[in-house]
Design a protein around this ligand. Structure first.
Ligand SMILES: NC(=O)c1ccc[n+]([C@@H]2O[C@H](COP(=O)([O-])OP(=O)(O)OC[C@H]3O[C@@H](n4cnc5c(N)ncnc54)[C@H](OP(=O)(O)O)[C@@H]3O)[C@@H](O)[C@H]2O)c1
Length: 323
């Protein structure tokens, strides 16, 4: 198992394990020119998958990525799938478009938003909870039969963040009192805590089927994500770094990772998809290409919270997800 945490470029992971991707079908959310998912798609193409299903809110978002892939790997098929994660009916509609896809070897949920001003999704959820987490809950539920059809060594990978280490699910006020108690950073932390805990329970449920299930902290990646950050956010991060380590909800300290490019940001996702040394650790949280469950605070490791979150997600989305 990879214990040693290291920030690596995607190329390094692909050189080691990329053969496992040849001929595979991969669905990736959040693809755009400057996103981690966009870079992930380009990187995966180098390993000759059969089909990359690239999802975004508009075809124009993936056009540049498709062009980059086609220019170097014309044999790799790409397919745009329109999916707005802030609207569960759009998620369901997108899944219906995939009737001709018999199996999905890797379902990679990368899309997300960070620190937007308060707003609600079409279904009335606080936007970060809705887009970063609840939409993934529904997407995974609806596509699980196709992942199962791909057999053992298929994967479900959910992007998360080191902000989960300062986040928890506010079960008593998950929607922030309709915005009255909204703090964008607390809500981002909550959505990432939910992502990590969902994966914990899902991994446990799918372990016997040998489906790889991981949540991923990609590090601090220069991407399109910073667009919603309040002005001066990057200076603020620099100040936090100068002030010393961050503190998690248990009082343990951790460092803010150094800024990297998207190749480094995508590498831990690729580790989650194919690194054979971590197969037995379904449900784990990965950071810097290694199992990092020791970084999770008590609230995230509490199995009663995993159950509470699962039940709450079923209630909010109206999707019963029995496994
Ligand atoms: N960058 C980092 O330092 C960092 C650190 C920790 C975790 N993460 C996580 O990594 C993931 C990817 O972030 P990134 O850095 O690649 O940011 P990004 O460049 O902003 O990419 C996010 C992608 O998600 C898409 N997206 C946003 N809202 C959507 C919606 N309602 N429906 C469908 N797609 C939507 C965006 O599409 P549009 O262009 O249409 O908005 C974009 O393609 C996020 O989940 C984030 O929480 C990033």
């Amino acid at each position: 198992m990879s214990h040693n945490q290291q920030i690596l470029r995607s190329e390094v992971i692909l050189e080691k394990y990329g053969k496992a991707l040849t001929g595979k079908t991969v669905l990736i959310t959040g693809v755009s020119d400057d996103s981690i998912a966009g870079e992930l798609a380009v990187q995966l193409a180098s390993a000759d998958p059969a089909l990359l299903i690239l999802t975004a809110r508009a075809e124009s978002k993936v056009a540049g990525i498709e062009e980059r892939i086609n220019s170097v790997k014309p044999n790799v098929k790409t397919r745009f799938l329109c999916m707005d994660l802030s609207d569960l009916s759009a998620v369901r509609g997108a899944v219906e478009e995939l009737t001709d896809v018999a199996h999905i070897d890797h379902l990679v949920c990368v899309a997300g938003v960070m620190f937007p001003p308060y707003s609600k999704t079409k279904d009335g959820f606080e936007s970060q909870l809705g887009v970063n987490y609840l939409a993934n809950f529904v997407l995974v539920k609806l596509l699980l039969s196709k992942v199962r059809a791909a057999g053992p060594s298929s994967s479900i990978v959910i992007m998360a963040s080191s902000m989960a280490r300062q986040g928890k699910v506010h079960f008593d006020d998950v929607q922030f009192s309709n915005g009255d108690t909204y703090d964008p950073m607390v809500a981002y932390g909550q959505s990432n805590a939910a992502r990590v805990m969902f994966v914990k329970r899902l991994g446990e449920k799918l372990k016997n089927e040998k489906i790889r299930v991981f949540s991923v902290d990609p590090g601090a990646v220069q991407s399109g994500l910073q667009r919603h950050c309040p002005p001066g956010f990057l200076d603020q991060v620099a100040e936090w770094k100068k002030a010393g380590p961050m503190v998690d909800l248990d009082g343990n300290t951790f460092d803010i990772p150094p800024w990297t490019g998207t190749s480094e940001g995508a590498s831990t996702v690729i580790t989650a998809m194919i690194d054979p040394t971590i197969t037995d650790y379904a449900g784990s949280y990965l950071n810097q290409n290694a199992i990092s469950d020791h970084e999770l605070h008590t609230h995230l490791r509490d199995t009663a919270n995993w159950t509470k979150l699962w039940d709450m997600s079923e209630d909010l989305t109206g999707e019963k997800f029995a496994l």
